[in-house]
Design a protein. Structure first.
Length: 276
């Protein structure tokens, strides 16, 4: 069997440099993905797909993201990479897998990239994580940062709320974004911050900004897919727009299936095997 690389199907994924080049340009489109089937649907339309630790709440029914493990992220990362061919794939680093030290972060981030084939990792934190971001980038690991509302810090903050309305709080978010950008992150998620602050940060830093609840002033946008298509009904953040009610459609379809089974309509003759 030939092992010539030219025999393999070439995959032209969006690369990290491609995303960087979109700074102040055409807005970047991104969504979360956790499974192969969903990745296949989203892939043609997105510049990158984030395998978010939000999967803990969306897929596993957890109250927060804090119980998500590294193995969970790796398994779902593999699934999303398999289901995509165009979008850049970025994987969230779960709570407790990178905060201890730059060395711990490198070991776990390198494992995620090696096991999944993703292009980058995302970590939460600001000034306190700048040295870790620099350590990772210097060793060949592309990093997306995450400042503002940080779900992994919910036990300290106490709630999921917008940031930046108070002057000192706004300055803290700004300092965090500057520190992570200066440390070498190619992009930073700005979550749950007021529009004016998001616009100022986007203008000030080199990193590409991706907004979620941070207005259209960012370089791109991301939403949790299940929020955007009506598949997660436990709560809907203010910044979410429902682009469809897929959950309702599924419920209607299952209801119709149940009716046809009970009335012996399904399976019909066209769905049955017969002797010749």
């Amino acid at each position: 069997m030939s092992t010539n690389l030219s025999d393999s199907k070439k995959i032209n994924r969006v690369s990290i440099p491609d995303l960087i080049s979109r700074k102040n340009g055409e807005p970047i489109v991104s969504l979360t993905a956790y499974t192969t089937p969903m990745a296949k649907i989203l892939d043609p339309h997105c510049d990158f797909l984030l395998v978010g630790d939000s999967l803990g709440m969306i897929l596993y029914g957890m109250d927060s993201t804090l119980g998500v493990t590294l193995d969970m992220m790796i398994n779902h990362g593999v699934a999303v990479v398999r289901g995509s061919s165009r979008a850049c794939i970025i994987v969230d680093m779960p709570f407790g897998t990178y905060q201890e030290s730059p060395e711990q972060a490198y070991r776990n981030c390198a494992r995620v990239i090696a096991k999944t084939g993703c292009s980058a990792v995302k970590i939460e934190g600001g000034v306190e994580m700048a040295d870790t971001v620099s350590f990772l980038v210097q060793r060949g690991i592309p990093v997306m940062g995450h400042v503002g509302l940080k779900p992994q810090s919910v036990n300290i903050v106490g709630s999921y709320r917008a940031h930046g309305r108070k002057r000192d709080e706004a300055e803290k978010v700004r300092e965090d974004a500057r520190a992570i950008s200066s440390a070498g992150a190619f992009s930073i998620v700005l979550e749950g911050i007021i529009e004016k602050l998001a616009a100022e940060i986007t203008h000030e830093i080199h990193a590409v900004t991706i907004g979620i609840g941070a207005s259209a002033k960012c370089d791109g946008q991301i939403l949790v897919t299940e929020d955007a298509i009506g598949m997660f009904s436990e709560f809907t953040p203010k910044f979410v727009k429902r682009f469809s009610e897929t959950g309702e459609d599924i419920g209607n379809a299952v209801s119709e299936y149940a009716r046809e089974v009970k009335e012996r309509i399904f399976p019909g003759d066209e769905h049955c095997y017969h002797s010749k």
